[in-house]
Design a protein around this ligand. Structure first.
Ligand SMILES: Cc1cc2nc3c(=O)[nH]c(=O)nc-3n(C[C@H](O)[C@H](O)[C@H](O)COP(=O)(O)O)c2cc1C
Length: 271
């Protein structure tokens, strides 16, 4: 049994042979210089049960260790080997987790659109995009709290924040302030303690159809989100949403440049 590797600039493979005959193959693709994905692993039926697939994975692991690079497994078989074999997790690319939300419960939320657009730049992260409608609770009242305690949904919202590596959000402005939907969540969450955002780096955005792009709620959030444990790393406000965001992208050149620059600087902080 012999394993042969071909490594090209963008792609490569490991082939396993027995008596000069190909018994299986594992293909991979380079993603930048420091990571390769393992896309597919296949062992011919007549060689099944001989752990040839595992040997191909180990060849890739040895190669990654030698090159000091990481593996991002796409192939389900390789994923399962990584799950079962903790000793090889030193070469597994740990995807960092971003929690995202818009501070709006509107199904047509322009802030949701801005968050979705921003998340396109975070493809290398594992992303969870929350909908505030899934955290709708009765309006906070002291009496409700005394009677029933803090709702599970508030605890769940806090857990999402605490389990993330970073937070990306964009806030709707209602009369110069948070939407009632967000404020209610924050009020309930704060009854556990003020540290709702658990110190996670935050990209804080706002947008509205007006000329300040939600500047009023941005000013408020800059102060109160810090009290709520946010570490605000970057901020971005998009004015005149209806004119500056068309066909799912920022069309104003200067605003697009500012948005990209803020994302780059936020990503540097996350490294
Ligand atoms: C009750 C209410 C108050 C609003 N107040 C403001 C405001 O103070 N400033 C503003 O720019 N837009 C205001 N708007 C318009 C939009 O809701 C606002 O631009 C918001 O950021 C849109 O976000 P969304 O589509 O993500 O919900 C208000 C809308 C409503 C329904």
């Amino acid at each position: 049994m012999k394993i042969k590797q071909v490594d090209r600039e963008t792609k490569g493979h490991f082939k396993i042979e027995e008596n000069g005959i190909e018994a299986g193959i594992m293909t991979y693709t380079w993603v930048g210089r420091n990571v390769f994905t393992i896309d597919h692993t296949e062992v011919k039926p007549e060689y099944k049960g001989r752990k040839f697939g595992n040997q191909l994975v180990m060849a890739a692991v040895d190669f990654a260790r030698e090159k000091n690079v990481k593996i991002s497994p796409i192939c389900p078989f390789v994923k399962s080997i990584f799950e079962k074999t903790t000793e090889i997790n030193d070469v597994l690319l740990m995807k960092r987790k971003i929690i995202a939300f818009a501070g709006s419960n509107s199904s047509k939320s322009i802030n949701k659109n801005l968050v979705a657009y921003t998340l396109k730049a975070f493809a290398e992260y594992s992303v969870e995009f929350l909908d505030l409608n899934d955290f709708e609770m009765p309006i906070y009242s002291f009496d409700r709290e005394q009677k029933d305690g803090v709702p599970e949904k508030a605890l769940a919202f806090r857990k999402h924040m605490a389990d993330s590596d970073a937070i990306i959000c964009s806030l709707a402005e209602h009369n110069g302030n948070f939407s009632a939907a967000l404020k209610n969540i924050l009020d309930w969450c704060s009854r556990v303690d003020a540290n709702i955002f658990a110190g996670k780096p935050m990209l804080l955005m706002t947008t509205s159809s007006g000329r300040f792009g939600g500047g009023g709620v941005m000013d408020i959030a800059k102060k109160s989100f810090k009290i709520f444990g946010a570490s605000i790393a970057e901020t971005f406000s998009l004015p005149y949403f209806n004119k500056s965001f068309i066909d799912n992208q920022i069309v104003d050149v200067a605003l697009e440049a500012e948005h990209s620059q803020k994302i780059e600087s936020f990503k540097k902080i996350l490294q």
